[in-house]
Design a protein around this ligand. Structure first.
Ligand code: CUK
Ligand code: CUA
Ligand code: CA
Length: 645
């Protein structure tokens, strides 16, 4: 059992007794995790009170998470919604949830998955019904300009069906969803920060997507028992068209994704270089990899026609496997060896480093971007020389955030803690300076943290004010609500030397990743533009029922407290498409539209148009009514749908 590059522990980490989790120890990992999770609350609480700070004892710089009534938060947070397939929008530091943006899964409030427009975005089967109604969102990131968020778009993944959704940040709506071809378990997502070739393009035009699970290619029933032939692909999606531009065939798997500030490299961490199908196999090697993609070279190869395609997909796939990329001068990919089943790869805000957390190794590995570029240029002999630090930080390191002052914050899943460590000091320590104290602080969390992010963390404007941690277990932190516990999200003030825990809040399972940015960077619109909807009913006088054989179009507008038609009539068996435009222009004046027994309900915001299509299969009188309280006469806001037998 080799200990690889792992260094002796820093005394300040309190890690002296801990060793690299070698294969033997790691074989019991599932047991370790379970033990940690089933700790008695009493033990856990003792741990919490021993944390290095509490909000009351150590309030720094007047920071407060408590906003007076009417006061606005200073940061937006975009959170993945997990199983609910949406994006949650939080205000910070209050932690208040402001809205949820449905993407992959139907949503009862807005009628997502009910209206034609949302079904078209979500994707339909041949019979018009939704292709999928489940999702598992993990990672979310927003578009960049000049190294900072520009407020145009955010993207979020669906791991189950390998879909990527785009959210327009002017209206906070999902406007496009793309399903990635020939992959399973699409997980990590990261937009580029500029173009690797054209200096004029200093904003996001690509989104990189890493897929975790390896499968037969094409996956159509062949090669089922040839696990060594299974492969996965790394995908590049066009930020504007949302089409898949290209994919890279790789060895091992993809997990999370990061991009360099110069646009030249995308990276993904790999926990399964073994290509294992069982977890024992996936953790049999002492080291896995952080895989770098040379974006300019890949696009040149695609242009030169050096690609193939799989199955029905027309997307060009270039060869990024190890064997085909051994020569640095022509390589499209570079596999940097890192220990062991790493989780998370993050790019530091100074643009210099990529950091992989070890997960089954108590280490973080720091890879210098320029050295990886040197390797591609034939100027660095061995790729391993790009590793400038590999230091112990604690047990079960997962994700890393940055404060813009040279410090990294890594969650320790097994230790239930977050560790603050200084990147330059870690590099000195790794180089042999045993006096370099790289661990700055450690804070106990409640409990088993996964994701972590700091305000503006992965931008050039990282401001080191707030740190949020998504804890996977809440145990005793909230009133019990039956067997399903909420997760616990914790807010930490990182403006000082010591981290200070400021607040907990429960969240419904299970968010993963999130980003936090200054509110000034977003300029949401409060009212839609009528012209943005091709089917808008711009004048109440256009209202009516238009028949074309058995197809009937009902054109309707809303203006508080009435719909433009007090009643409308269709015939049993008609295919009815009802278009509703909300002509109210007042901010916050939303109407709803529900039809009893027809499974229809959706809302229309000011100046918005939506439509639904259904078969009028039940004769009778149906009081369509407004479901969103809009006016003193809200209850009276109805329209009588008559279905003639
Ligand atoms: S993964 Cu969830 S805790 Cu999907 Cu980002 Cu690490
Ligand atoms: Cu319109 Cu309530
Ligand atoms: Ca592994």
């Amino acid at each position: 059992m080799k200990e690889g590059l792992n260094k002796t522990s820093d005394p300040d980490t309190g890690m002296g007794r801990r060793r690299f989790l070698n294969s033997a120890a790691a074989a019991g990992l599932a047991g370790v995790g379970m033990a940690a999770c089933s700790e008695k609350p009493a033990t856990a609480v003792a741990g919490a009170s021993a944390a290095s700070g509490s909000a009351t004892a150590h309030a720094q710089g007047g920071s407060s998470v408590h906003l007076k009534p009417g006061e606005l938060d200073t940061y937006y947070g975009l959170w993945s919604g997990g199983h609910t397939g949406d994006m949650r929008v939080l205000g910070l530091p209050s932690g208040r949830e402001l809205t949820r943006i449905p993407c992959f899964v139907p949503d009862a409030l807005v009628g997502w998955g009910v209206t034609n427009e949302s079904k078209d975005v979500m994707g339909r089967k041949a019979d018009g019904s939704l292709r999928y109604t489940v999702a598992d969102t993990h990672h979310t990131h927003a578009s960049y300009k000049d190294g900072n968020y520009d407020g145009r778009y955010a993207w979020i993944n669906d791991k189950i069906n390998s879909r990527i959704a785009r959210i327009r940040l002017d209206y906070f709506v999902c406007d496009k969803i793309t399903e990635l071809p020939n992959v399973q378990g699409f997980h990590g997502i990261f937009p580029d920060k500029r173009d690797p070739v054209d200096p004029a393009i200093n904003y996001t035009t690509r989104v990189f997507c890493g897929a975790e699970f390896h499968i037969p290619l094409p996956n159509n029933g062949g090669d089922i028992d040839k696990i060594d032939k299974y492969r996965t692909l790394f995908s590049c999606v066009d930020a504007e068209s949302m089409e898949v531009r290209w994919q890279v065939l790789i060895d091992g798997n993809c997990d999370l994704t990061a991009t360099s500030y110069d646009g030249k490299l995308a990276a993904t961490n790999q926990y399964n270089v073994e290509n294992g199908a069982k977890y024992e196999d996936m953790m049999s090697a002492e080291r896995d990899a952080c895989l770098f993609f040379n974006v300019a070279r890949i696009e040149a190869a695609v242009k030169a026609g050096k690609f193939k395609t799989y199955g029905d997909s027309k997307v060009p796939v270039v060869d990024g496997t190890r064997a085909s990329n051994a020569d640095a001068k022509t390589a499209l990919t570079a596999y940097v060896s890192v220990p062991k089943n790493p989780h998370g790869v993050n790019a530091s805000p100074d643009g210099k480093y990529f950091i992989c957390a070890g997960k089954l190794s108590p280490t973080c590995t720091v890879i210098e971007l320029n050295k990886v570029l040197d390797w591609f240029d034939g100027k660095l002999e061995k790729l391993d020389q790009a590793i400038v630090a590999e230091v112990e930080v604690g047990l079960g390191p997962l994700h890393t955030a940055f404060d813009g002052r040279g410090n990294a914050y890594t969650t320790l899943f097994l230790d239930s803690a977050v560790v603050k460590w200084n990147v330059e000091a870690a590099i000195k320590f790794h180089a042999g300076d045993k006096n370099a104290k790289y661990v700055v602080d450690r804070l106990d969390l409640q409990y088993q943290p996964g994701h972590v992010n700091a305000s503006q963390s992965e931008t050039i404007a990282a401001d080191g004010k707030w740190l949020c941690v998504g804890c996977k277990f809440s145990k005793d932190r909230f009133l019990p609500v039956g067997p399903l516990h909420p997760e616990n999200e914790q807010l930490i003030d990182i403006s000082g030397e010591k981290m200070v825990l400021m607040a907990d809040h429960p969240v419904r399972g299970e968010p993963h990743d999130f980003i936090i940015f200054k509110r000034e960077l977003l300029h949401p619109k409060q009212v839609y533009a009528l012209d943005d909807f091709p089917n808008a009913i711009k004048d109440p006088k256009e209202s009516g029922v238009v028949r074309n054989g058995r197809k009937v179009t009902v054109k309707l507008t809303s203006q508080a407290p009435a719909f433009s038609m007090r009643e409308f009539t269709v015939k049993k068996g008609d295919e009815v498409t009802l278009i509703l435009t909300n002509l109210d222009k007042v901010e916050d004046l939303t109407h709803g539209f529900a039809i009893p027994k027809y499974n229809v309900n959706f809302i229309v915001n000011p100046q918005e148009t939506k439509s639904v299509t259904f078969i009028a299969d039940k004769p009778g009188v149906f009081w369509a009514y407004c479901t969103h309280f809009c006016h003193a006469l809200h209850l009276e806001m109805r329209s009588r749908m008559i279905v003639e037998a």
